[in-house]
Design a protein around this ligand. Structure first.
Ligand SMILES: [Mn+2]
Length: 424
């Protein structure tokens, strides 16, 4: 069996706003977090004699990372070259310069001819010799309209038409690769793409421009023993029959709060022709924690906020506190105390949200579980509306009259005027 480590979406250099400067190193702590997760993946590859590492794309937030970020990435991957572990670096959307026209950040590894390294920046089949036999890896980098189509062909077309043409071209090109495969050795499709069945998260906000979705029928093919994907940050297997597994490992660290509840990790797999075992390996990524509280109805909003922090704050997490409050309560808030209470967090943000004057809180008499008849509900509403005191009697009479009337005879203009029930 060939042992493979499949990881993706490293995004090294992202999310600095959630970190702080480490005074000892001068680096942003979130960069250090990302490097730590990457180094744990590489440790596993080096210490457990992995035969091949597949990286599913999106190394950095963009194609021109600062030198110290590039160097941190290179330091880790260099360990694979030193250990003679073949490695495929697939080009993701964040790795392409100007969406495909100016090369990719990862191409430098090909230029430098790093031993055992393959850069997947085009649709191509690579036959790789490992310590446990040969394997074929088809690389499918992030597609843009210029990847498979000429400009002239697409200039006047709508996005949908381009998508259709692109899928047609891809189907043909992929078919060409598949026909040239050696059917006796295991095959993996390594793609950075949005499959039409994927549950997506942060990447839809991170992506530059509109992307194309790839139909599952292109991925679920008997010729593939495993489909290794990148792009979607949430780990998932898109093929319930698992034949072949179509797997996003997800990102290795949380890029933002949309990944708060997702487990982070990488995939370890063993493969032979027609046989594959894979498993998700969690990584100890830094926790994200949202504390969301509405204090508009609290007599002591400060106490309520501190209590929520005390109950929900996870130590060393990236925390965001969001509290909903009425403007007249603001003087009851002691921000110094809140900052103090949040000190155990790795980093935090505080976002007070003012409830608008217009959206009044619901009347307790009208709360859930009280089955009031419409007239009592109107009475409760009017009891709480000082500005309507003068017309309470008239409104109740009008309402009673309307409620007793047969609907078919109802004059709708009157109904709208005197029954503001939907505003309660
Ligand atoms: Mn991506």
């Amino acid at each position: 069996m060939i042992k493979i480590l499949h990881l993706s979406d490293i995004h090294l250099g992202s999310g600095f706003t959630h970190g702080r400067i480490n005074p000892k190193t001068g680096l942003n702590t979130r960069l250090e977090d990302f490097i730590k997760m990457l180094s744990l993946c590489i440790d596993r590859a080096v210490t457990q004699e992995i035969d091949l590492v597949l990286f599913g794309g999106d190394a950095f937030p963009d194609a021109t990372p600062p030198p110290y970020v590039q160097e941190a990435f290179a330091c880790q991957f260099r360990r694979l070259a030193d250990a003679n572990i073949p490695t495929v670096l697939l080009v993701g959307n964040h790795d392409q310069h100007s969406q495909g026209d100016g090369g990719a950040s990862l191409c430098i590894y090909r230029t430098l001819a790093v031993p055992g390294f393959i850069v997947g920046d085009s649709l191509k089949t690579h036959t790789i010799s490992t310590n446990n036999g040969e394997i074929q890896v088809i690389t499918l980098p992030w597609l843009t309209r210029s990847t498979l189509l000429t400009r002239r062909k697409t200039d006047s077309l709508s996005f949908e038409e381009v998508q259709r043409l692109l899928i047609e071209s891809l189907t043909l090109a992929l078919e060409g690769e598949i026909r040239q495969l050696d059917p006796t050795i295991p095959t993996i499709l390594l793609g950075h793409l949005m499959a039409d069945r994927a549950n997506f998260g942060a990447e839809k906000f991170l992506a530059v421009g509109k992307g194309f979705t790839i139909p599952m029928s292109l991925l679920i093919r008997p010729e593939f023993d495993y489909v290794a994907l990148g792009h979607v940050h949430k780990h998932q297997n898109l093929n319930p029959s698992n034949n072949p597994p179509v797997v996003y490992p997800g990102s290795i660290e949380r890029v933002d709060f949309s990944e708060e509840k997702e487990e982070k990790g990488y995939i370890f797999l063993e493969i032979d022709k027609g046989l594959v075992n894979w498993q998700f390996n969690p990584l100890p990524a830094r926790s994200f924690c949202t504390i969301n509280i509405n204090v508009a109805e609290k007599s002591d909003p400060q106490k309520a906020i501190l209590k929520a922090i005390d109950e929900k704050l996870s130590k060393d997490a990236v925390v965001r506190l969001i509290y909903k409050i009425r403007s007249e309560q603001l003087e009851l808030i002691n921000t110094g105390e809140i900052h103090e209470a949040l000190k155990a967090a790795h980093s935090y943000t505080i976002r007070p949200e003012l409830l608008s004057q217009l959206s009044r809180p619901r009347l307790p008499e009208l709360g859930v579980g009280n089955s009031l008849d419409p007239l009592s509900a109107l009475q409760a509403y009017l009891d709480n509306k000082e500005d309507l005191t003068d017309i309470v009697k008239d409104m109740l009479e009008a309402a009673e009259l309307l409620l007793n009337k047969d609907d078919s005879n109802l004059d709708l203009s009157v109904k709208q005027e005197v029954l503001p029930l939907e505003n309660l």
